[in-house]
Design a binder for this molecule. Structure first.
Ligand code: GLA
Length: 431
């Protein structure tokens, strides 16, 4: 071949490569707000609810189209778990009606396993607390129409010093799959100082290789800003350290998680940690705010209390269908803080787009006295003349059929009112 021919052949290859790579990338880029060219929305709508960072390289196990819902043992039981607790929890999820509302994952956290592997190098359930084994538990949970989650660690030990899965990824994933496990939470203790970006993908590959659909929940506590890379690794990623059952912890975590809103979407969610609703450390109003903001921010809704002993108030909060529907909305755009006023910005408006040209809007009073909070159309990204019907999701009724330009409400200390704003279409408002 002459030099000219070699050059031409190279050029042809380069052109083919260029077209191939751009078509692969553009097939992966998903615009979550495609339908929001509607004249009811201001031109800054896309910058208020930026989703441009979402979905460049989605993990394609098909799971997590909406944020995961279920229960996890850690926040209430910590290490005091056993197979009876897990079975009774599965029973209670069904008998309370929570399972029917979507809470289907029954997730065992740390402390289920023995402190050493067996002679074959396999993880073994603690024989005192899980004598029947995890397969039997998975069968029981599946028999109720629910799914079973398990926990391990991308390090040499779990946080409670049970064996971790680093360097055992394939064996452990195969074992979990053979038990029929549907979900893995993968923690970050005793990690040998190896960066999360190196420690988390091997378990993704091992789970994929099992051929079973296992939801992969990364728990590296936001250490290496997982929103920036974890969409190609897991279905959700913790953005913060551990929550505790207090107003200070819950509000701090809500704010830290908010920073990453543009990165979340169907298949990959920011995870500000599990719910504390019902554990006793916050007021009814604070728990209502916790649940409202988690729902609006498209956080996993993983109940963290003892569902075998729910108070009426806790059940009322956790089973609010209209709030759950915001979390599970098909559009999958994370709501965020859009407007603050008052001392230290304690009067807050959080909002996010929903399917059907609607918005979820929360008026959250983080001040130490009752406050009137106003959401302006400008902050929400609505044109100022747009007429909106406002439905209150805690009172379960339309509070005004025709709001224009702004909407205000009096909000109790630390409470959060949550609404669906349904703007009239332009032709509708002209009529
Ligand atoms: C870490 C995790 C928690 C919980 C505990 C268990 O702290 O972040 O959610 O799983 O470990 O030991």
């Amino acid at each position: 071949m002459t030099k000219q021919k070699i050059r031409n052949a190279l050029l042809v290859h380069l052109v083919i490569l260029f077209f191939f790579s751009t078509s692969v990338v553009s097939a992966r880029v998903v615009s979550l707000l495609q339908n929001y060219g509607n004249p009811i929305f201001r031109s800054n709508f896309h910058s208020i609810y930026d989703t441009s960072k979402y979905g460049v390289f989605q993990l394609s196990n098909g799971l997590g189209k909406t944020p995961q819902m279920g229960w996890n043992s850690w926040n209430f039981f910590a290490c005091n778990i056993n197979e009876m607790v897990i079975k009774e929890t599965a029973d209670a999820l069904v008998s309370t009606g929570l399972a029917d509302l979507g809470y289907v994952y029954v997730n065992i956290d740390d402390c289920w396993s023995s402190v050493t592997r067996n002679l074959k190098g396999q993880l073994v359930p603690d024989h005192k607390t899980f004598p029947s084994g995890i397969k039997a538990l998975a069968d029981y949970v599946h028999g109720k129409g629910l799914k079973l989650g398990i926990y391990s660690d991308a390090g040499v030990f779990t946080c409670q010093v049970r064996p971790g899965s680093i360097f055992h990824e394939t064996d452990d994933a195969d074992l979990f799959a053979s038990w029929g496990v549907d979900y893995l939470k993968y923690d970050n203790c005793y990690n040998l100082g190896i960066p999360p970006k190196e420690r988390y993908p091997p378990m993704r590959d091992a789970l994929n290789a099992t051929g079973q659909k296992i939801f992969y929940s990364l728990c590296e506590w936001g250490v290496e800003d997982p929103a920036l890379w974890a969409d190609k690794v897991g279905n959700s990623w913790r953005t913060t350290g551990d929550i505790n059952d207090s107003w200070a912890s819950m509000t701090t975590i809500a704010d830290l998680n908010d920073k990453w809103a543009a990165y979340a979407g169907p298949g990959g969610w920011n995870d500000p940690d599990m719910l504390e609703v019902g554990n006793g450390g916050m007021t009814y109003q604070e728990y209502r705010a916790h649940f409202s903001i988690w729902a609006l921010a498209k956080a996993p809704l993983l109940i963290g209390c003892d569902v075998r002993n729910l108070t009426a108030e806790t059940l009322e909060i956790l089973s609010n269908k209209e709030v759950i529907a915001i979390n599970q909305d098909s559009l999958g755009v994370q709501g965020r803080k859009v407007q603050v006023s008052g001392a230290d910005g304690c009067r807050q408006v959080w909002a996010g787009p929903l399917s059907g040209n609607r918005l979820a809007v929360a008026l959250w009073n983080r001040c130490s006295k009752v406050a009137t909070i106003t959401a302006s159309w400008e902050a929400l990204g609505l044109e100022s003349g747009v007429h909106v019907s406002v439905r209150d999701l805690w009172q379960h009724k339309v509070v005004t059929g025709d709001a224009v330009s702004s909407f205000s409400a009096r909000v109790d200390i630390h409470d959060c009112q949550l609404y669906i704003f349904a703007p009239f279409t332009v032709s509708h408002s002209v009529e």
